[in-house]
Design a protein around this ligand. Structure first.
Ligand code: PLP
Length: 445
């Protein structure tokens, strides 16, 4: 992406697009990070509205440039929040939800039902009813159990529902095993290889209340390579042509999922959105030309890539423990409760010394969280200036799957979240309190 913003140090490449350093102080969206930390406390998550909007526009522009009929669908599980949903709505994107809870947030944001898709490998009957009652556009079917449940609900309501089917193409996108979803050994989707996908399509095509629009797959995330998309699209379109010949499947819609990578560290930067757009569009057109399909409507589903870069976590340094000749632990006031990714995926993060950017970053330290787990490490062996208790540290690329995956482990309250724009911070999620922790457990006999 090319934007007008200046580069001061390598990490600017992965910080929100409005990040600036003036006189050694870092600001985002026109808000000085020290001031934000003072006003809202730490740990604090900051989201830059302009970055979210620019990235939404980039996705629409780059994909529309390569493919005529394309929709961008934000996966709200990356960060589900009413204010962010509002921005996504204003930018004209669609969204997907994977639970009744995410749907409730979408409904509370007044998100238009005709731009919502329901994903997930084990939707309950209750969740399906909630989705149908809100009138959401599509449900992406993931299992035989779901076909059964949905058929029962639709019959009882005499209602026709647009659906997609999630297939699994047995293709490995070479990301972390725990974030790989399109291989044979996966809980997600109907496997093409085992014949389940064919069986499901033959069933769905016979059901009166199902309007099957097309086929969806999602390989995993984050995917730094372009090749897996090409291979999977080719394979799934070949499969779709067989389903057309055998069962009359009409491929009106096609979705190669999401999984687009973002930069977490400066030496591993992702392909550009335009690269993903080009490879996906070309592969879809090529497959459709080969099997004489009209070009279907294309749905791409970025989650991480929409909000990841806009978010930054701010922590305060507390205890510093130096173990001579071993390592120095710099502990901060958050950790795996608000960002579990390093602990479960071994994810790497860059760390920025907010108030000491102009100092020499020549001190190797390990930034640890405050949770009672040795695995609660946010960044191992990173180079930072000499730090003191009270210093602020920022973790870029914290907008996706951090707050979204947060927990109350150790009865730690979840951080506040602030949306910044044009120098104005807006609290979009308040810090939890001890009262919040007690509320679910008190007065229960
Ligand atoms: C999680 C998910 C996405 C979004 O993945 P990102 O890596 O955040 O882009 C898209 N589609 C489906 C079906 C998903 O489960």
């Amino acid at each position: 992406m090319e934007h007008k913003f200046t580069k001061n140090f390598p990490e600017m490449e992965i910080l929100p697009l409005t990040s600036r350093v003036t006189q050694g102080r870092l600001s985002i969206g026109g808000c000085d990070l020290h001031n934000l930390a003072e006003e809202f406390g730490t740990p604090l998550y900051i989201y830059d509205e302009e970055t979210i909007r620019l990235i939404c526009k980039d996705f629409i522009r780059e994909f529309s440039h390569c493919y005529e009929d394309v929709k961008i669908e934000y996966s709200t599980k990356a960060f589900s929040n009413p204010s962010v949903n509002r921005i996504i709505d204003e930018e004209g994107l669609h969204i997907d939800v994977v639970t009744g809870g995410e749907l409730a947030i979408a409904i509370a944001s007044n998100f238009p039902a005709n731009r919502i898709n329901f994903h997930g490998n084990n939707k309950s009957e209750h969740e399906l009813i909630e989705a149908i009652e809100y009138g959401i556009e599509t449900i992406t079917i993931d299992s035989f159990h779901e076909i059964f449940l949905l058929d029962k609900i639709l019959k009882s309501k005499s209602k026709k529902q647009k659906v997609m089917i999630r297939v699994s193409p047995s293709i490995d996108p070479h990301t972390h095993l725990l974030t790989t979803t399109g291989i044979l050994d996966s809980k997600f989707g109907f496997s093409i290889e085992t014949g389940d996908a064919e069986k499901a399509i033959s069933q769905i095509m016979k059901l009166d209340f199902f309007d099957l629009l097309g086929v969806h797959f999602h390989l995993g995330s984050p995917i730094f390579e372009l090749d897996p998309y090409q291979q999977a699209i080719d394979y799934v379109i070949t499969f779709s042509s067989r389903m057309r010949d055998l069962y009359g499947l009409n491929l009106r819609r096609f979705s190669p999922g999401g999984g687009f990578a973002i930069g977490y560290v400066t030496n591993e930067l992702p392909p550009k959105i335009s690269d993903y757009a080009r490879i996906i569009s070309e592969s879809v057109k090529k497959g459709c030309d080969k099997y004489k399909f009209d070009y279907p409507e294309l749905i791409v589903e970025p989650g991480r890539a929409i909000v990841g870069r806009s978010g930054v976590a701010i922590y305060s340094v507390g205890a510093i423990k130096e173990i001579p000749d071993v390592r120095t632990y710099v502990s901060v006031d958050g950790g795996m409760g608000d960002n579990i990714r390093p602990a479960i995926y071994g994810s790497q993060y860059s760390v920025i010394p907010v108030g000491k950017i102009n100092h020499k970053w020549d001190n190797k330290v390990t930034v640890a969280g405050k949770f009672c787990e040795s695995g609660d490490i946010l960044a191992r062996d990173v180079f930072l200036p000499e730090l003191s208790s009270g210093d602020l540290l920022a973790l870029p690329s914290s907008g996706a799957y951090c707050i979204g995956m947060s927990s109350n482990y150790n009865m730690q309250v979840r951080p506040a979240v602030v949306l910044v724009n044009n120098g104005v911070p807006k609290l979009i999620k308040r810090r939890e309190t001890y009262k919040d922790l007690l509320e679910t457990s008190l007065n229960i006999d």
